[in-house]
Design a protein around this ligand. Structure first.
Ligand SMILES: C[S@@+](CC[C@H](N)C(=O)[O-])C[C@H]1O[C@@H](n2cnc3c(N)ncnc32)[C@H](O)[C@@H]1O
Length: 246
């Protein structure tokens, strides 16, 4: 799979890579991804990286000593990830291709941690709720979910903001669901799927609490400095959470 570097070679410590209509992969962990990496070797079981892409979280977690199951919809992404793993760590890596939530499954109480970094933006609201419930079931007590995703305040979707705000005022259940990405952001549409789901604190906490999680931390997070300018808005571009299965 080809990857396009969006930033300039001079900034090579901070790149964002496009992924064939599946958005962009960060090349360096941001804080919720780093929290998953740091927790992974201490997790009460193997850890799962959903939508792992080329391994921004999986590879550092392996390096810290964790046993990591890397999932992605695209087998090709997982093969690139595998090719980047040092031979000494490969026996701690398991690849599991398939679409979340319907094509992958694990035993109840079998996982120590789960990362969903910027992947639930790509599934439908109903699938999101099912996914959170499944993850809760898969985790062992004491296991944690690390969530990172786009918020309605991503600069990319600034044309959608008034719709989001109107829906919010009307009490819409899923105010951040964008049905038609090409009309919202024509200049970025070629890198994105046709619809996307942006979460705010209310929607994310409602789904986590409904599944049974205890929320340890949650908040908006700014775009990284390496994000292109059009993706930035006001410092609330991303939302993250860490939630524990009691
Ligand atoms: C935007 S990238 C995020 C990559 C990385 N986790 C990060 O935070 O930079 C989304 C990745 O999730 C994968 N993906 C998208 N929808 C998925 C789904 N329903 N199930 C599993 N993987 C999915 C894509 O193929 C892509 O590799």
């Amino acid at each position: 799979m080809s990857a396009t570097i969006l930033t300039q070679p001079a900034e090579q410590d901070a790149l964002i890579v496009t992924l064939n209509r599946k958005g962009y992969m960060l090349s360096k962990p941001e804080k919720y991804i780093q929290a998953f990496i740091d927790f992974s070797p201490h997790a009460p079981g193997p850890v799962l990286d959903i939508g792992a892409a080329y391994g921004v979280a999986t590879i550092p977690a392996l390096a810290k000593g964790a046993y990591v199951i890397a999932n992605d919809l695209h087998e090709g992404h997982l093969q690139i990830l595998k090719s980047k793993v040092p031979p000494s760590l490969i026996d701690h890596l398991e690849l599991k291709s398939g679409k979340m939530p319907d094509e992958i499954d694990f035993e109840e109480n079998s996982l120590g941690a789960v990362l969903t970094s910027r992947i639930f933006t790509f599934i439908l609201p109903e699938e999101f709720e099912v996914s959170v419930e499944k993850i809760f079931k898969w985790l062992k007590p004491g296991g944690k979910l690390f969530y990172l995703g786009g918020s309605p305040y991503m600069g990319t979707f600034r044309k959608f903001l008034p719709t989001y705000q109107k829906r919010k005022a009307e009490g819409h259940r899923w105010p951040g669901f964008i049905e038609d990405i090409p009309s919202c952001t024509p200049e970025r549409a070629c890198d994105l799927p046709h619809s996307m789901h942006l979460l705010d604190e209310e929607v994310l906490s409602r789904s986590l609490l409904r599944a049974g999680f205890v929320i340890e931390t949650m908040g908006f997070n700014s775009a990284l400095k390496e994000h292109p300018e059009d993706m930035k808005l006001d410092g609330r571009e991303q939302i993250g959470a860490i939630a524990c299965k009691p």
